[in-house]
Design a protein around this ligand. Sequence first.
Ligand code: ZN
Length: 180
Amino acid sequence: MKPAILVIDMLNDFILEGAPLECSAGRKIIAPIKRLIEHARNKKIPVIFIADSHDPDDREFKIWPPHAVEKTKGSEVIDELKPQKDDIVVKKKTYDGFFRTNLEKILKSKKIDTLVLTGVCTDICILHTGSSATLLGYKVIVPRDCVAALTDEDHNFALKHLQNVLKSDVDSLDNILKKL
Ligand code: ZN
């Protein structure tokens, strides 16, 4: 198994109090994600940040309030998880980290076959990125305490879908750390 950690949309505009697309549960997953990232760095497992980076008039803003506009403070990863020099940052414009990005190319160049998905929101960017990853043939692992959504209902639906339909390995961070 050759894993990489994906940290999805842990950006100021999703996580900070009063942010335009605030996912307050996202603040509870900062510490567990930090723990996972430290483990990954010790084991030389790549850490890849996937970050929304929208045009000011992005069509997504017909659905959601404007957020993570490119080059704004809101589109940056939160201070607590700031990418370090060996980390990779991939910018995306949709819910899917693979759609019109160089993510697959990066993963292929590193011979990655397994992705550990973390971040927000469980039912949006985690689910859509997890779906593409599965369809592309990657094994997907989701530590349930490292993902969060706007509501518990959305969170639980997405975890169930990842587990039952996409056959992802959904487990606690403690158990997943033992496998990495
Ligand atoms: Zn967005």
